[in-house]
Design a protein around this ligand. Sequence first.
Ligand SMILES: [Zn+2]
Ligand SMILES: [Zn+2]
Length: 251
Amino acid sequence: MRLIKTGGVVLLALVLLGISCENRKQLSLQDDVDFSFHEQNFGESAGDLLRADKYKSLRVEIHYMTGFRPDMNAIANLRVFLNQCLNKPEGVKIFVKEIAAVKDTLLTRNEVDTLRRANRVIKTKKDQIAIYILYTNGQFHNKYILGQAFRNTTIIIYGKSLRNRLNAFEASRSEILETELLLHEFGHLLGLVNKGSPMMSDHDDRKREAHCENEDCIMYAVIDRNQDQPLRYFDEACLQDLAANSRTNTE
Ligand SMILES: [Zn+2]
Ligand SMILES: [Zn+2]
């Protein structure tokens, strides 16, 4: 999850170019699987996402509730990251669709799960793994949480909380914050930190499970920064974990 703790202005961006990600090809087919595949804990499909031995392509379906359309530049940045860091020789496809808003906008975990089940149609099948991203019109009970990696193949974005946060930004910076949020949650699905992609070095945050201790890393748990601080991406330790897991079983 991603927490915002203070009202400090955040300046974030991506250093997407020059990131070294493993890219190996290996062909095999996976039998059809049903929705139960998507009920695992977050991080448990890290290897399936990073490698190509089971799944050779990735389909990302993004649903947004009316009024909470994602920033398309942020989605484009997510696409660049996925193409660079995931070994999907048959490609990454992203689809965006509007769905109806709901009345109850203060969400518990159970309510989030109900929304996920009610709206998700995309599933992992054959050699294509599927990710579902839902932009809700609401906020989590903890209003400081902007998004959550939910189980192994879903990301929930709390649209109301995100919008409130973005309103404090200039337009050019809000794209960056939304990009960072998406990449952070995707980082959890990729097993960071130490939740599916084993640590190659000791860098987990002891107080906040599944996060990086480096506050300059995108996998740090809290955004609490000011304008003068540098832009944020996965740090070297997190990239090493991803690279190592992308190599497992593919040598
Ligand atoms: Zn997190
Ligand atoms: Zn890190």
